[in-house]
Design a protein around this ligand. Structure first.
Ligand code: GDP
Ligand code: IMO
Ligand code: MG
Length: 422
């Protein structure tokens, strides 16, 4: 039986998923997003161009078919913006993209609710992307959501009811209820969205697998932002882990083949919440400067720190990762020493588990130090060109996680990628 592979982030997002999905796309017939929405910002660089994708799969430049799956939440306004920009550069999107009928719609009021709920949390805010993600998934789970398929039948009535309910909630929260301009744009964009092939993606994906087609499922966010297993409540509102590919595409667990787990050679996080290896010193600042660690969507500063093998081991476990991909190795080029967190010390006790209340306890990371390679990696295109100390770092991580690293990324461009035979 032909199986679908999954590629997902193992940290707190922005690991470089977009770049690697694009690199791997020529091996696949279909690329499918299974969760998240325009909170994602997936960057691709090739031929001197840089593109940031939000709701559209990163296979769009090289894949015959791209699918926005049922687990995704879609904002027609942002979708239209993104799609039109791609079309303007010559991408024949209408023939290479389908949208699931069951994907939920982000309404203008969802965005307003996101802002109002964050404001109500005050200092405890999550630091969301403000795209209405939480309120849209909330409506989905409470059985109040509107789906792409609803645009096809009796939409006005359903929309009016949802809007009235949201306005009441916004009034209760003291939020902004002025949606006139947004709503106008939204309705125009919803009509544009209807011009795409709206499909029953669960049937289509399973049929494609039955025909022997190769499917790559593209995750958004990262495992530590998973609503069930991430650093709750500082998480997103969907299942970012491998299981999310099943629920977000209507695919049985036994149809999953390889699970590619992607991580940076260090670690970043944007928004609030626990981050045990975070650096507040010059070293952290250097990672941010060299790695250009600013949000692809919001431009927010990303928090930076050393690699966290406790959190990574946990992510490898809950995802069943079969292959690892290490990104942004070049960012550490000039570091004399590299540190890797192998355990946590909490209340004087050593643990190798990610704690339940990671935000409430004092976590002291236990580090091992490795010598840096102090050489530029950016022009390396084969394993043989890689310095000894860098190879040692990779071997150390493989040993700690028990899974082989099959791809090494040494720069943002599509070509700055080394595929290893593992
Ligand atoms: P995603 O959300 O997981 O797709 O990742 P983002 O696109 O948000 O963030 C990754 C950033 O790192 C982007 O700006 C990429 O262009 C860049 N990038 C990806 N791989 C590498 C790499 O190996 N080295 C460097 N220096 N930058 C990289
Ligand atoms: P990609 O796919 C990094 C973070 C937000 C916030 C939390 C909840 O590019 O890796 P939300 O708007 O989802 O309700 O915000 O999750 N977050 C991300 N951080 N990369 C992302 O996506 C993210 N999507 C959401 O910063 O802390
Ligand atoms: Mg991103």
């Amino acid at each position: 039986m032909v199986k679908a592979d999954v590629l997902l982030g193992l940290q707190w997002g922005d690991e470089g998923k977009g770049k690697i999905v694009d690199v791997l796309t020529p091996r696949y017939d279909v690329v499918a997003r299974f969760q998240g929405g325009p909170n994602a910002g997936h960057t691709l660089e090739f031929d001197g161009r840089k593109v940031v994708l939000r709701s559209i799969p990163s296979g769009v430049f090289q894949s015959g078919m791209n699918v926005i799956g049922s687990g995704v939440v879609l904002d027609p306004v942002l979708f239209m913006q993104e799609a039109r920009e791609l079309e303007a550069t010559g991408v024949d999107l209408h023939n290479h993209l389908c949208v699931s009928r069951k994907a939920h719609l982000i309404l203008p009021t969802h965005r307003k609710l996101d802002a109002a709920l964050e404001a109500a949390k005050g200092a405890g805010k999550i630091g969301t992307t403000g795209k209405g993600i939480g309120p849209t998934y909330t409506d989905k789970i409470s059985r109040n959501g509107l789906r792409v398929g609803d645009l096809e039948v009796d939409f006005e009535k359903k929309y009016a009811a949802a809007k009235a309910r949201h306005i009441k909630m916004l009034e209760g929260l003291g939020g902004d209820t002025d949606i006139a301009e947004l709503e106008k744009q939204w309705l125009e964009a919803a009509a544009y969205l209807r011009g795409f092939r709206i499909i029953d993606s669960e049937y289509e994906i399973n049929a494609m697998l039955d025909e022997g087609k190769r499917v790559l499922c593209e995750g958004a966010q990262g495992t530590m932002l998973d609503v069930d297993f991430g650093s709750y409540p500082f998480v997103t509102s969907s299942n970012t882990m491998a299981a999310g590919a099943c629920t977000g595409l209507g695919m049985a667990p036994n149809r999953i083949g390889d699970v590619y787990g992607i991580f940076k050679a260090y670690c970043t996080r944007v928004g609030s919440g626990p981050f045990p290896t975070e650096l507040f010193d010059e070293t952290g600042k250097r990672m941010r400067d060299v790695g250009h660690e600013y949000g692809a969507v919001t431009g927010r500063e990303r928090r930076c720190g050393w690699i966290d093998l406790v959190a990574l081991r946990y992510a490898v476990m809950i995802n069943g990762v079969t292959k690892l991909i290490m990104m942004k190795s070049d960012v550490l080029d000039d570091f004399k020493t590299i540190k890797a967190c192998t355990a946590y010390k909490i209340d004087g006790k050593i643990t190798r588990r990610f704690p339940f209340e990671a935000d409430a306890v004092e976590i002291e990371p236990v580090f091992e130090e490795l010598p840096g390679w102090e050489t530029s990696l950016g022009s390396a295109r084969s394993e043989e060109e890689l310095p000894e100390n860098f190879r040692r770092y990779v071997a150390f991580i493989e040993d700690a996680l028990g899974v082989p690293v099959v791809i090494l990324s040494v720069g943002p461009d599509r070509t700055q990628t080394i595929i290893r035979n593992r």
